[in-house]
Ligand binder design. Structure first.
Ligand SMILES: [Zn+2]
Length: 498
């Protein structure tokens, strides 16, 4: 049921080669950061994230049963979308699974992504060394080695006082001249043990949720095959997930326990998946690529979605609106079609006209905070004070749910300012600066806000908190360099809103 089973001989032979490839590539990358993928922290320490209500909801629906099976349902685990086109997925802590949009665009079925998410959930449930996995992703081998040594892998002498991260320059040369094979072996066996544990857990979660392990298996098999063939090109997913033959063989044994191998994704889930891929293509691909992937002869809903988005991205508003209206006619209760219409109008400077479709979208998807933010933005952008109160109430709810999105505070500041509420406008501006990572401006604005509030009032207390901030909190979410939609969106820290 699982394709061919490798022979004993094949199992035994190429593993060490695969291991060497992984580590060697990592060593090269450490001295030439340009080779390392995914890109490390961006200009302000930010990963290039993508926020989108529709895709995030789909990811929640993909992960919810898996997380429940893993006993992590209460942990508010989120799937964070990274705007990278290469296939990758990883975990760094117990709260977030990162996945590149490239993986979503590559995966033809929900099951392929669900399988990857099940594997990553396996890492999370196993409490695997998240810091090491992050370093693997960044191909900073010296740091990995230092960390392993710190963890107690039995290679002593090489750490001349260095700790992970602090003294990488000292450790790296030592390791290169030192007992490389030993280090490689201990490093890779450690990583492989984690990978095999994550595979086992992943298949267990898929079994428990009555889902096929086919997508997970085929995804890993593809990478394992590539790894042996293409030694010059190392994908980041291979770096974070070394796939020697032993692991594939173990996985092949494992999937025999999967009674749902031939079970297909439900058609409605497949459609949502196809819509997601179409959306990503519409937003991220060049118009000619969209036209090639989704030619006008393709009249399916996903193809029409991709073309409508591409039309609006290329400033062809009237054509885009006609296409979006046709989509709305096909599915009048799809909140994301109304959202798209509102977004197209808002971004082409028709905020007044954007309000009605965005209100409809919010009504259809009351928990979609990002759509609320966009409606608040449209209301503010009209410049009419009669919309200020509605905008403020929408944005205040959004602020509770998505406290790291700087745009929420900027919009709030404008709405308060228009009402003449200067104290709250200053406080919101301070919070916007804080969310952007600009603590200096945040403190200055908060100090000014403090003088305008009655002493001890809630606004005064919040302003006082900001004035008193000392340390820079540099999150990976500092500055998303790309977002879908007009809103500079940061991630939720409050967890899924439904
Ligand atoms: Zn893994």
């Amino acid at each position: 049921m699982a394709g061919e089973t490798p022979s004993r001989a094949r199992r035994a032979m190429p593993a060490s080669r695969a291991i060497a490839i992984t580590v060697t590539a990592a060593l090269i990358a450490a001295s030439q950061p340009a080779l390392s993928q995914p890109k490390g922290p961006g200009p302000n320490g930010g990963l290039p994230l993508i926020r989108d209500s529709e895709i995030e909801q789909l990811m929640r629906d993909y992960t919810a049963p898996i997380l429940k099976a893993a006993g992590l349902a209460q942990q508010n685990v989120q799937v964070v979308l990274i705007n990278e086109r290469v296939f990758n997925a990883f975990v760094m802590d117990g709260r977030r699974i990162f996945i590149n949009v490239g993986a979503l665009m590559d995966a033809k079925t929900p099951n392929e992504i669900i399988g990857v998410l099940a594997h990553e959930t396996g890492h999370m449930a196993g409490g695997h060394l998240s810091r090491m996995r992050e370093q693997m992703a960044n191909a900073q081998t010296a740091a990995i080695i230092a960390m392993l040594l710190g963890v107690g892998a039995a290679v002593g002498a090489a750490t001349t006082g260095g700790t992970a991260g602090a003294n990488m320059g000292q450790i790296a040369p030592a390791m290169i001249q030192g007992p490389q094979e030993m280090v490689r072996r201990s490093l890779l066996s450690y990583v492989r043990a984690q990978e095999e544990a994550a595979d086992r857990a992943g298949v267990k979660f898929l079994n428990a949720t009555q889902q096929s392990a086919k997508g997970m298996y085929l995804t890993f098999k593809r990478f394992a095959d590539d790894q042996l063939v293409i030694s010059s090109r190392i994908d980041p997913y291979q770096q974070t997930h070394p796939m020697p033959r032993e692991r594939m063989a173990a996985l092949e044994d494992l999937i025999k326990t999967n009674a749902y191998w031939d079970k297909k994704d439900p058609p409605e889930l497949q459609l949502r998946h196809d819509m997601m891929r179409a959306k990503l293509s519409g937003f991220l691909d060049r118009p000619d690529t969209v036209a090639r992937k989704y030619p006008s002869t393709d009249t399916t809903l996903p193809a029409r979605y991709a073309r409508a988005i591409s039309a609006y991205r290329t400033s062809n508003l009237s054509s885009a609106l006609a296409q979006i209206d046709a989509l709305i006619q096909a599915q009048p209760n799809n909140p994301y079609f109304h959202e798209l219409k509102g977004q197209a109008l808002l971004e082409s400077a028709h905020p007044g006209e954007a309000i009605a479709p965005l209100r409809r979208a919010v009504a259809l998807a009351p928990n979609a905070t990002l759509i609320r933010i966009m409606l608040g933005q449209a209301l503010v952008a009209t410049g009419e004070n009669k919309h200020s109160d509605e905008a403020i109430s929408l944005l205040r709810v959004a602020m509770q749910r998505e406290p790291e999105v700087s745009e929420v505070y900027s919009q709030l500041a404008m709405a308060y300012g228009r009402k003449g509420d200067i104290a709250d406008a200053d406080l919101a501006s301070a919070q916007a600066a804080l969310a952007r990572g600009d603590q200096k401006t945040a403190r200055e604005l908060a100090a000014r806000a403090k003088t305008r509030f009655p002493t001890g009032s809630p606004g005064w207390v919040r302003a006082d908190d900001i004035v008193g901030l000392k340390e820079a909190k540099s999150g990976i979410f500092g500055s998303p360099k790309f977002t879908i939609g007009p809103v500079q969106r940061g991630p939720a820290t409050t967890g899924p809103t439904q």
